[in-house]
Design a protein around this ligand. Sequence first.
Ligand code: NAP
Length: 279
Amino acid sequence: MTIRNGPVVGIIGSPVGHSLSPTLQAAAFSALGLDWSSAAFEVPAGGGAAAVAAMRELSIRGLSVTMPLKSEVARSVDRLDAAASNLDSVNCLSLEGGEVVGLSTDGAGLLASLRREVGFDPAGATVSVLGAGGAARAVVDAFARAGASRIVVLARRSDAAAACAALAGEVGSVGGPDEAAASEVVVNATPIGMLDTSSSSSPSLLDPETLGSGQLCVDLVYHPRQTAWLDAATHAGATTVGGLGMLVHQAALQIERWTGIEAPVEAMWSAAIEAMEAS
Ligand code: NAP
């Protein structure tokens, strides 16, 4: 890390050694000509409150937050934005007027990515989300906030699926493959795209062969950029989008919150691809 004179931002969590966040942040500051620094801080579970206190004490302008701190840190901040409050989880901290504000930019990042990559407007859309973990919850919250007309959650644990669907209020429900296959948008928020797809031990919650023309299929996995699930959906005729755009845009929203300047998305995108190809 090169220490400059300007404000410091970074990422907290454990492990953070392989996180792309410092790379994305540094690329943004370089493209914007800002004298800001970015660092990765290894903070294990239980260290969230101390990290928030240190952020205030050291005037750290912003922090991305990753596992295992997302929920823990949400309880240590001065206030939460609407998404973080609904999710009880943060992926970003911003020091504003001496207060630490907790934000959740993952869901809004996905919607920004879909707008930019395929011109998608979520208002009135019917959506299915596969999985009910942290990413699925952020996606459900964002689609509901953006005016989706129906959001169906499919997950292998029914309690988690119900809790996830409840985040969308009256437009959310738990459903099965038939309802999902009829949605305009299907978001795969499970990690199966990162697994060995030659193995039948991790079948998808929804067979992508049942999808087709006129549907938008999104896989949140970004490594590999094109998963086998997306390949099959493409083959079936659907429009497909991978998870790299969400990664870049959730980081871009954080940069904008911290600096007040429009983020250089193209430069951040290039830096993400370069870092992934090098790894
Ligand atoms: P998580 O909290 O661990 O949740 C994973 C979800 O997937 C859970 O509902 C889990 O079900 C389900 N699942 C796992 N393996 C499964 C399988 N074989 N079949 C069916 N369901 C399965 O993880 P997360 O943070 O939500 O992340 C999910 C994926 O999104 C990861 O691949 C992550 O890399 C990606 N992601 C991408 C971005 C981005 O910026 N592009 C951001 C966040 C996450 P159980 O609870 O039953 O295990």
